[in-house]
Design a protein around this ligand. Structure first.
Ligand code: SF4
Ligand code: SF4
Ligand code: SF4
Length: 377
C-alpha cells in the first residue's frame, strides 16, 4: 500500500482534469471515472468495484497518458502499484498470470522450448563465456529459431565470441505487480549474465532493452545495445519487397525513439508512410500490459485500432521491431502485411498461424498432460 499511496498522491494534488490523457486513451474513456484524479481518489479510499478493478487490469501500460500529460503525472506507475497492492490484498488472483511466471522452472516460454526441442537446438549457442551476449527475448526465441540462429552468426562475424541467453527479462513479473519476485528474479538474471563476462549485451526486443537498462547496476561496465542499432550502423539495409511502401509500428517501450530511428534506417530504401500515432505518441498493438490474461476482446479491439491506422496510411507493409507486436497484429488480420524487421533483413519468415497451432497443441496428448502438470508446480 505504501507504493500506491505515493503514486496516488500527485494525482490528488496536481491532476487538473484537463482531459488530455482521456482524449487519447479508449481505455480511460470506457470507464465511469472522468479523470485520473477520480481514479486516484477511488484507489486512495479503497472504493473497490468492478470498474476500478478493470481499469487496473485492462490497462496496456503503454504510457501514452504519461506522454501527453502537461503535469508529467505517471499513470502507468499508479496502475503498477495498484496491481501490486491488489495482489497483496487478494483482489487479484496471481494464478491468472501463472503461464507468465518466468521465475518458475515452467512457464509458457520454457514449456514451448522444451516441447519443440528448442533447448537442444540452442544448446551450442549457450556458451559459458563470451564478449557479446545475445538476448533475443522470449517471443523471438520461441517464434523465430532460424532468425535467432542467423543473428547469432551475424554477431560473431567479426571474430567476437558470442553466447546467447534465452531467459526472460522479467518484465511480466513487474507488470503483474509482483515487485518482490521481480527484484529476486532480476538479481539472479544479472548474476547469470555477469558469470559469462560479456562487455556488451545485444537486445532484439525493445521491452527487454528497456527492462535490462532499468534492472542493471549502473556501476557495471556492460554496454546494452539494440541489435537494430548495430545492424543499421553496419550499413545493412532491407531489400524492398511489395510495392516498396511501409509503415513502422513503434513499440510503446521505445517512445524516446532510441530504437525506432535505427529501424527506419534499415528501411531506408522503402517509402515510409507514418501512422497518425508513431514515435513518442505510438499506441499499443494489443499485447501490452498482460491484458490477454484477463480480457481477450480488449486486446483484439486495440490490435484492430492499430491495424485501422496501418490501413489509413495506404502502406503495403506494417513493420514492427517486437515479436509480440508482430504476432498480435499478424494474427488479427488476414492481409499478411505485418512483418518483423528481422524477417525482412534476414529473409526468413515466421508462420504465425503455425505457431498458434503449436502453442495450442502442446497442451494435448501425453506431452500435454505432462505440461499441464508442470504448470501446477
Ligand atoms: S497506460 Fe495506456 S492504456 Fe493505460 S491508461 Fe495510459 S494510455 Fe491508457
Ligand atoms: S493529462 Fe494529466 S493533468 Fe490532464 S487529466 Fe490526465 S492526468 Fe490529469
Ligand atoms: S507488445 Fe510491443 S507495442 Fe505492444 S505493449 Fe509490448 S512492447 Fe509495446
Amino acid at each position: 500500500m505504501e507504493n500506491l499511496s505515493k503514486s496516488v498522491q500527485p494525482f490528488l494534488e496536481q491532476c487538473s482534469r484537463c482531459g488530455a490523457c482521456v482524449e487519447q486513451c479508449p481505455h480511460l474513456q470506457a470507464h465511469e471515472y472522468e479523470s485520473p484524479a477520480d481514479i486516484a481518489a477511488a484507489l486512495s479510499n479503497g472504493d473497490l468495484n468492478e470498474s476500478l478493478t478493470n481499469i487496473v487490469l485492462e490497462c496496456s501500460l503503454c504510457g501514452l497518458c504519461n506522454q501527453v500529460c502537461p503535469e508529467e503525472l505517471d499513470f502507468k506507475q499508479m496502475v503498477l502499484d495498484a496491481r501490486n497492492a491488489f495482489t497483496a490484498s487478494g483482489v487479484i488472483d496471481p494464478q491468472q498470470y501463472r503461464f507468465l511466471w518466468v521465475d518458475y522452472d515452467w512457464c509458457l516460454f520454457s514449456i514451448f522450448r522444451d516441447t519443440y526441442g528448442l533447448n537442444d537446438r540452442y544448446a551450442p549457442l549457450m556458451k559459458t563465456a563470451c564478449d557479446v551476449l545475445f538476448f533475443p527475448g522470449c517471443m523471438l526465441s520461441i517464434q523465430g529459431h532460424r532468425i535467432v540462429e542467423s543473428v547469432y552468426e551475424w554477431l560473431g562475424k567479426n571474430g567476437d565470441s558470442v553466447a546467447m541467453l534465452t531467459e526472460c527479462c522479467g518484465a511480466p513479473l513487474q507488470q503483474m505487480g509482483q515487485f518482490d519476485r521481480y527484484k529476486d528474479y532480476n538479481e539472479t538474471l544479472w548474476r547469470t549474465i555477469k558469470a559469462k563476462g560479456p562487455r556488451q549485451i545485444v537486445t532484439a526486443c525493445p521491452t527487454c532493452h528497456a527492462q535490462l537498462i532499468e534492472g542493471c547496476d549502473s556501476s557495471d561496465d556492460i554496454e546494452i545495445v539494440s541489435l537494430y542499432q548495430l545492424m543499421a550502423e553496419s550499413g545493412l539495409r532491407t531489400k524492398v519487397i511489395g510495392d516498396g511502401s511501409a509503415t513502422v509500428h513503434d513499440s510503446c517501450t521505445d517512445r524516446n525513439g532510441e530504437i525506432g530511428t535505427y529501424v527506419r534506417m534499415l528501411l531506408k530504401d522503402y517509402e515510409l508512410k507514418e501512422m497518425a500515432h508513431h514515435g513518442a505518441n505510438t499506441i499499443c498493438c494489443g499485447s501490452g500490459g498482460l491484458v490477454s490474461a484477463v480480457e481477450h476482446m480488449v486486446c483484439a479491439f486495440r490490435a484492430q485500432t492499430r491495424l485501422d491506422e496501418v490501413a489509413a496510411t495506404g502502406a503495403d507493409k506494417c513493420i514492427t521491431y517486437c515479436m509480440a507486436c508482430a504476432h498480435r497484429l499478424a494474427t488479427q488480420t488476414d492481409t499478411n502485411n505485418v512483418a518483423h524487421i528481422l524477417e525482412l533483413v534476414l529473409n526468413q519468415w515466421v508462420d504465425h498461424e503455425q505457431f498458434e497451432e503449436m502453442a495450442g497443441a502442446m497442451w494435448n496428448g501425453e506431452a500435454g498432460e505432462k505440461n499441464i502438470e508442470r504448470m501446477q508446480d
